[in-house]
Design a protein around this ligand. Structure first.
Ligand code: 5GP
Length: 177
């Protein structure tokens, strides 16, 4: 056991730095093969995906672009569901090979609601790379193209993911005890 405390909760180590880095290199190799001769645009979702995006990007040997966006949800005046809007997406996605970079897909709601906005811009292709995936929690249909780790439905922190603002700087991923 390697317990740490973040705020009022205890967390145990779940994925070591070595495991995370090894898996990211594997994903990068897959992307290098799949996008050989192409020039994908990576859209990383802040805040959580900043470390994954950075390490993944460093392991690419193809030509690639990267931008970061923030997602915000608001309630439409008439709609009952949450509408997701993005902040910072200044690139035109028309005809681009787009890869979304996420830290974690939990219920899938965020991306499920956001993807239509991207598809509307008619990218040539649109794929999703997520470091973590809680397959037991998925409630909204979503096709994930690159998945780092399928993890249990338990709260995690570290490697970009926070608990109430803290824990993002940890090099490993920890699971709540
Ligand atoms: P979804 O819309 O897929 O349910 O949730 C996605 C977002 O919820 C993630 O981008 C992340 O911000 C947050 N989230 C879901 N599970 C966890 C978790 O275990 N730890 C942390 N830190 N954030 C999580």
């Amino acid at each position: 056991m390697a317990l740490i405390n973040v705020h009022d909760k205890s967390f145990d180590i779940y994925l070591s730095e070595e495991k995370i880095q090894r898996r990211i290199k594997e994903i990068a190799n897959d992307i290098n093969k799949d996008y050989k001769g192409k020039r994908p645009l990576f859209i990383a979702i802040l805040n959580g995906a900043f470390m994954f995006a950075s390490d993944l990007f460093k392991s690419l040997d193809i030509e690639a672009e990267l931008c970061f966006i923030k997602l915000a949800s608001y309630k439409g005046m008439k709609s009952t569901g949450n509408v997701i809007t993005s902040i910072g997406l200044e690139v035109d996605l028309y005809d681009k090979e787009v890869i979304i970079v996420e830290d974690i897909v939990d219920t899938g709601k965020t991306l499920h609601n956001f993807l239509p906005k991207l598809i509307h811009q008619q990218p040539k292709s649109l794929k999703i790379a997520t470091l973590l995936y809680k397959s037991d929690a998925i409630a909204f249909p979503l096709h994930l193209d690159y998945v780092g780790f399928d993890i249990p439905d338990k709260f995690v922190v570290g490697y970009g993911l926070d608990y109430d603002g803290l824990g993002r700087n940890l090099k490993e991923i920890y699971q709540v005890v």
